[in-house]
Ligand binder design. Structure first.
Ligand code: GLY
Length: 349
C-alpha cells in the first residue's frame, strides 16, 4: 500500500512526473467549486493538464455523500473512463476522500493522484489510503483503504487558506508532534501558525507527514499502531457530533485540538503523562482555538457519542492515550466516571 509522497518545490515538474509514472488512457481532474476557482488556476496551464477532463462537485462535508459519488461515477462513464484512466483529486479532504473512493470503485478501480490543497488534507486526509463518503448520518461510514499512487504536497496551495483553516490542519500536526519526539513537539509550539513563514511550514509539514507515513506503513488497515493517529479523536468526534446536532459549525481540526486537551488530561490521570507538556498543549489550544462551550446537561449526549464511535471494540470506548511524548498507549478505555471527570476538567479550565 505504498504511495509516493512528493514535496513539490517545482509543482509542474512534480505533477508531470507523477502523471507520467502511471500509464493511462484518459486523465480526469476532480475539484470542488472552491478549488476550481482558487487552486485549479495554479495547474491548469501545465502542458500535462491539457486535455484533462474536469469533474466539479459541491464543496463541504455535506456533499460527501452517495449522490455526489453517483455524479462522479456518471461523469467518469460519460467521459469514457476505463480501468486504465487516471484521476487527479485537487482539493481538501472531502475531494480526496470521495475522489479516492470513486476512483477505487469505478470499474473495480483506476489509479488516482492526490493534490491536497488544505493543510488538514496535506498532513492527514490525503495520506494513508483512507477513502470514503458519509452515509446514514455517520461520517466516513462507507469506504475502502486504497492508496493514491502519488500525493503531491505544495505550499503554494497553503497560501490560499484563511487563518482558521491553517489552524485546523495544525491541530493534526500537534497530534503528530505528541506521537513523535520532544524536539518535534518543541518546534511546533514555537512556530507562529497565525502568521506563518511558508518555507518553514513546508518543512514542518514534511516532518508531520513522515510521522504519519511511518505509522501507516507498519499498519495500513488500522489493526494496531495506526490507532495512534486517533489521539484526540474519540472526544473530538463527540464534540463535532454535539456541534452538528446543535447547528454549531466547527472545523474538524478545532474539535481535534479540544479533544487533545481532554485526552491528555485522561493520559495524565491514567498513564502519568507529564503535567508540563499537558499544560503546554492546553495553553496553545486555549490561545489559538478558544473554547468549545458545553454544560453538565450535555454529558450524557457526549458520552453517548463516544459509545457509538466506530473505533470502539467489544463494547468499550477506545482511546489512544500517551504515557509521555512518543510513548503511545493504544486500546485504552475509561469508565463513565473518568470520562465525566475529563469533561469537568475541560469545562472548568
Ligand atoms: N486520520 C487518521 C488516519 O488516517 O488513520
Amino acid at each position: 500500500m505504498k504511495q509516493d509522497i512528493i514535496i513539490a518545490s517545482d509543482l509542474e515538474k512534480s505533477l508531470t512526473e507523477a502523471i507520467e509514472r502511471v500509464s493511462h488512457d484518459h486523465l480526469f481532474v476532480l475539484t470542488d467549486t472552491n478549488t476550481e476557482r482558487y487552486c485549479w488556476p495554479l495547474i491548469k496551464d501545465f502542458a500535462i493538464m491539457q486535455g484533462a477532463r474536469m469533474i466539479t462537485i459541491a464543496p463541504t462535508d455535506e456533499a460527501k455523500n452517495i449522490s455526489t459519488l453517483t455524479k462522479v461515477w456518471s461523469a467518469l462513464q460519460e467521459g469514457g473512463a476505463s480501468r486504465h484512466s487516471l484521476m487527479v483529486n485537487l482539493g481538501g479532504g472531502m475531494v480526496t476522500d470521495l475522489g479516492g473512493f470513486a476512483a477505487s470503485t469505478f470499474k473495480r478501480g483506476m489509479a488516482y493522484i492526490n493534490i491536497p490543497t488544505t493543510l488538514l488534507a496535506q498532513v492527514d486526509a490525503s495520506v494513508g489510503g483512507k477513502t470514503g463518503i458519509n452515509f446514514g448520518g455517520l461520517k466516513n461510514e462507507i469506504g475502502v483503504f486504497n492508496c493514491a499512487s502519488s500525493v503531491i504536497l505544495s505550499s503554494a496551495f497553503l497560501r490560499t487558506l484563511d487563518k482558521e483553516n491553517l489552524l485546523s490542519g495544525y491541530a493534526e500536526m500537534l497530534k503528530h508532534g505528541l506521537l513523535s519526539t520532544k524536539e518535534n513537539w518543541a518546534e511546533l509550539l514555537c512556530f507562529d501558525i497565525t502568521n506563518p513563514n511558508f518555507d518553514t511550514l513546508q518543512m514542518l509539514v514534511t516532518k508531520s507527514v513522515a510521522i504519519k507515513e511511518e505509522i501507516v506503513n507498519i499498519d495500513p488497515t488500522e489493526k494496531g499502531i495506526r490507532k495512534a493517529l486517533n489521539l484526540g479523536h474519540t472526544s473530538g468526534h463527540a464534540l463535532e457530533s454535539l456541534a452538528l446536532e446543535e447547528g454549531r459549525t466547527i472545523l474538524h481540526g478545532y474539535a481535534v485540538a479540544w479533544g487533545l486537551m481532554m485526552e491528555l488530561y485522561l493520559s495524565a490521570k491514567k498513564c502519568s503523562f507529564p503535567a508540563k507538556e499537558m499544560h503546554q498543549l492546553e495553553n496553545f489550544v486555549k490561545e489559538h482555538y478558544g473554547k468549545f462551550l458545553y454544560e453538565c446537561k450535555h454529558y450524557d449526549t457526549l458520552y453517548k457519542y463516544m459509545t457509538h464511535d466506530k473505533k470502539n471494540e467489544n463494547g468499550n470506548i477506545n482511546f489512544t492515550l500517551m504515557g509521555a511524548i512518543g510513548d503511545i498507549r493504544i486500546n485504552q478505555t475509561a469508565t463513565k466516571d473518568e470520562i465525566e471527570e475529563m469533561l469537568d476538567y475541560y469545562r472548568e479550565n
